[in-house]
Design a protein around this ligand. Structure first.
Ligand code: ZN
Length: 275
């Protein structure tokens, strides 16, 4: 496996030792006579600082090396995700949870199973609902989203527990995609996935992703996603939300395109094939 940071250290004949996730060398600052190595270099990113004099740099920058930063960034993001998932236990599946094995609103049992759909009649709030465990970027369950199985059921959706900050879901796509589509609702996502579009995620509403955009998109950056397509409802609210969200996602260094669908069309209705 290539190790660009170590390669650079060796190429410049720097004496080093390994200290946890860092390489330890003598300080590179010209102003610091460092007899006892105080300079830590992150093994993955090359980000370096001296804990004696405070000198900071990145080893690649320091040596003026042109390097493809993408694999390094991705490795760093994966480490960050692993760090975030430590100590986060997530929610347990509720009492009486039973896999949902039927078709629902034209979505195949296979797709429902893939996303962990279940039902329970032992939790009052979740009764008569098809429920999805929603996992955050650390792959732990943070909330259950339940959709009423009766067409006149009210409210149509509940989040259980309520008040949880909704992540982008799913947070992991089948590998190898450079792009993904973001839709508003979980059933928009399920419908598209069911019809064969694998790299689709939902943001749980048009405004949710405007908060914590960076963190919510972190796992996708770590998976190598560079292009994001926004497919919100074709009404005025959807259009406005997509336009507001675009620059926020662009600020995270994704290339963003808004996909327009016919005006006044609820994308769930549009994509619902046969129900
Ligand atoms: Zn120093």
């Amino acid at each position: 496996m290539s190790d660009p940071v170590l390669d650079l250290i060796n190429k410049n004949n720097l004496a080093f030792s390994v200290s946890g996730r860092d390489y330890l060398i003598k300080c590179l600052s010209p102003d610091h006579e460092d007899s006892n190595p105080s300079f830590r270099i992150d093994k993955v990113t090359g980000i370096a600082h001296c804990f004696s004099c405070g000198f900071k740099t990145n080893l690649f920058k320091y040596y003026g090396v042109f390097t493809n930063p993408v694999p390094i960034k991705i490795a760093a993001l994966k480490e960050k995700l692993a760090e975030l998932s430590r100590g986060n236990l997530g929610l347990e599946l509720p009492a009486g949870h039973t896999p949902y094995l039927k078709q629902f609103r034209g979505i195949s049992p296979q797709t429902l199973k893939y996303f962990g759909a279940f039902y329970t009649n032992q939790v009052e709030k979740l009764q008569d609902r098809i429920i999805f465990p929603i996992k955050d970027i650390t792959t732990k369950i943070v909330v259950f989203v339940g959709r009423h199985t009766l067409s006149n059921g009210n409210p149509r959706y509940i989040n259980y527990p309520s008040g949880v900050r909704m992540p982008v879901f799913p947070s992991h796509l089948p590998s190898g995609y450079p792009s993904m589509v973001i839709v508003e609702g979980v059933f928009d996502m399920l419908n598209l996935y069911d019809k064969g579009l694998e790299n689709v995620v939902c943001s749980f509403g048009t405004n949710t992703l405007q908060n914590d955009t960076k963190q919510k998109l972190l796992p996708f950056k770590a998976q190598g996603i560079t292009h994001i397509y926004l497919l919100f409802d074709g009404d005025e609210a959807g259009d406005k939300a997509a336009k507001a969200l675009k620059p926020l996602i662009e600020a995270e260094n994704f290339i963003v395109e808004i996909i327009r669908i016919r005006k006044s069309t609820d994308s769930e209705e549009l994509k619902k094939a046969d129900n």
